[in-house]
Ligand binder design. Structure first.
Ligand SMILES: Nc1ncnc2c1ncn2[C@@H]1O[C@H](COP(=O)(O)OP(=O)(O)O)[C@@H](O)[C@H]1O
Ligand SMILES: [Mg+2]
Length: 576
């Protein structure tokens, strides 16, 4: 019930279409009740009359035949219109679910993303979402249609011949028992099969992402083995699911066969005893076939619905997380101050409780000041940086802008004030111009080119095969690390945000590229509050102050000269 309420929630906006489809369904059922009657009338006239009377009734029979054609056509037209409407509405719901899941994905916290398998998320967003359409179309509408037909036909049959109707209905409880037994079994097995398929997808995704590593260390055989194990597990999970389905459908078919045989035998006796006319027996048999059809559909729906439910549950699981997140998020309304001091006040942070990464970190960066964070790998530098755009929030203590806790601002407003340049330069698989333009919506070509000039990127971009229209990123024209980094800087220039965060922007560069990047970095830091994780001495010369972070503690703060005089970590690494 809870599941259905959530599924129908996605179709609420289409209530008019859903209502129209239900109306068409009622009309189709009514037409189905009339369908066998013209034939029955013809047959009864024939069996009541002798040969000469039949010849007299030629035109009347032609009339019945025309009526038969009309009734059958109307039934078919109504049925098709109803189906088309249900399919289209089902697809609209599917699109709505996908939008919701993708929206969730875009807002997901970095912390949650790190705990997730990309393949699994992709599988849920693209494949599992189909379950909503299936449930709406085959679950809901087939169920309502079958129930309507069942009730209507049974009522009419009951008026003709009660013993026959009772025999027909005797199969229903047996079918329900079979459905009750197999339904949960199939649903559970379908869930396991989907989980197994999604791990296969994850393995493929991981292999694609780590191909250089796999090939470089000649681990192809190992990976192939891992994949085989996972593919085998998926195979046996799917096979178990389908085995249950096959046994289920076979049991249903046997019950149908026994029921039909019993009714044919009994119906012939009733006609012989004069309790039924031949025409009415024909109507009865036609109804019987139409009655078995919805029962058969219901039994299929049972297995389809069980499968789809597992998928829908997996999607709703994600969306439920979103609700929990949104409740935590409480959009801040406080106005962001323009030029303001950035301060850390006794910040503690841990990814896993009991394993603190930052201890009582206190630090102040004045407006326009630039600070470099240094320290051994794993000291928590990246973590500290990620607290500023609120990719992460402190466990205790606070990060403040102009004395106000960041949590009081809206995340989006805050992030508009921050430009990020990360160690691994992030490029989208589109043109150079679009990659730079990503920094500011609606940037013109002139804006983009001047940002590229400021980032010392214009010259190399012009030498690319299609200049600014060259496609970069995945598999396209290869850029050097230094070139990629300058595109990232150009993007940050374009964004023109007052706070600049850089995570080891120069550590992967050779000396020549470093000089180019540094020249542009110097321009970019002008008048911006900058926090930069860096190691290279040349880079450290560019900043006002240096902060040493060691195992999550701030151990030294000062200018390069002051720290050298003190003779701590900084003097040790620079001496080396
Ligand atoms: N997503 C994460 N989940 C759990 N632990 C993490 C995560 N990211 C980093 N860590 C751990 O936090 C510590 C600090 O990491 P990080 O801030 O990346 O260090 P740095 O940038 O100084 O090298 C390390 O011990 C690292 O293993
Ligand atoms: Mg780091």
């Amino acid at each position: 019930m809870r599941l259905w309420r959530q599924i129908l929630g996605f179709y609420r906006a289409d209530w008019l279409r859903v209502g129209a489809a239900l109306g068409l369904l009622l009309l189709t059922t009514a037409a189905a009740i009339f369908k066998p009657w013209p034939l029955a009338w013809i047959v009864d006239r024939l069996s009541a009359a002798d040969g000469s009377a039949i010849a007299d009734r030629g035109p009347a029979i032609l009339g019945w035949a025309v009526l038969l054609a009309v009734v059958h056509s109307i039934h078919a037209l109504l049925g098709s219109a109803q189906q088309a409407l249900v399919i289209h509405t089902g697809l609209r719901g599917l699109a709505r679910v996908r939008r919701a899941v993708f929206g969730w994905l875009l807002r997901i916290s970095l912390r949650r993303l790190q705990g997730a398998q990309a393949g699994d998320l992709i599988y849920r967003a693209t494949w599992d979402t189909h379950a909503f359409q299936t449930l709406f179309q085959q679950g809901l509408f087939t169920f309502i249609g079958a129930t309507l037909t069942l009730v209507a036909m049974t009522t009419v049959m009951w008026r003709f011949n009660r013993p026959l109707t009772l025999v027909a209905l005797a199969t229903v409880p047996i079918l329900l028992l079979i459905m009750r037994f197999f339904g949960p079994l199939m649903s559970q097995r379908a869930g396991k099969a989907q989980a197994a398929d999604s791990s296969v997808a994850s393995l493929v995704q991981q292999a694609v992402a780590n191909l250089p590593l796999i090939q470089g260390f000649v681990r192809e055989r190992h990976e192939a083995g891992r994949f085989e194990a996972s593919a085998d597990a998926a195979l046996s999970a799917r096979w178990r699911q389908h085995r249950a389905e096959v046994v289920y459908l076979a049991s249903v078919a046997v019950v149908f066969a026994l029921g039909t045989a019993a009714i044919v035998a009994l119906g012939a006796r009733e006609v012989a005893a004069g309790n039924l006319t031949v025409g009415r027996l024909l109507v009865f048999l036609a109804y019987l076939a139409q009655l078995y059809e919805p029962l058969n559909q219901l039994s299929h729906v049972g297995s389809t619905v069980s499968n789809a439910r597992a998928g829908a549950e997996r999607v709703l699981e994600l969306l439920a997380e979103e609700k929990a997140q949104a409740a935590n998020r409480q959009a801040g309304k406080t106005e962001l101050p323009s030029a303001a001091e950035l301060s850390f006040d006794r910040v503690n942070f841990a990814y896993t409780t009991g394993q603190p990464v930052l201890h009582e970190v206190s630090l102040t960066v004045k407006p326009g000041e630039s600070v470099a964070l240094i320290g051994p790998s794993g000291a928590g530098k990246t973590t500290l940086l990620q607290l500023i755009p609120r990719f992460l929030d402190p466990d205790s203590g606070s990060v403040n802008l102009g004395g106000t806790d960041l949590r009081e601002f809206s995340r989006e407003r805050l992030r508009e004030r921050v430009a990020l340049v990360l160690q691994e330069s992030l490029l989208l698989p589109t043109s150079v111009a679009e990659n730079i333009g990503y920094g500011r919506a609606g940037a013109t070509r002139e804006d983009i080119e001047s940002a590229a000039r400021a980032a010392n990127a214009h010259d190399f971009i012009r030498r690319l095969p299609q200049g600014y229209d060259t496609v970069v990123g995945d598999g396209a024209a290869r850029l050097s690390v230094g070139e990629k980094q300058r595109l990232n800087l150009a993007r940050a220039f374009l964004k023109d945000a007052p706070i600049l965060l850089l995570d080891e922007p120069t550590s992967a560069l050779d000396t020549e590229s470093e000089a180019l990047v540094l020249a542009s970095l110097r321009r970019l830091m002008q008048g911006r509050t900058t926090v930069m994780v860096a190691h290279r001495l040349a880079t450290l010369r560019e900043v006002d102050r240096i902060v040493v972070l060691n195992a999550g503690h701030v151990t030294e703060v000062g200018t390069a000269a002051e720290l050298l005089a003190k003779g701590g970590y900084f003097s040790r690494v620079t001496a080396a």
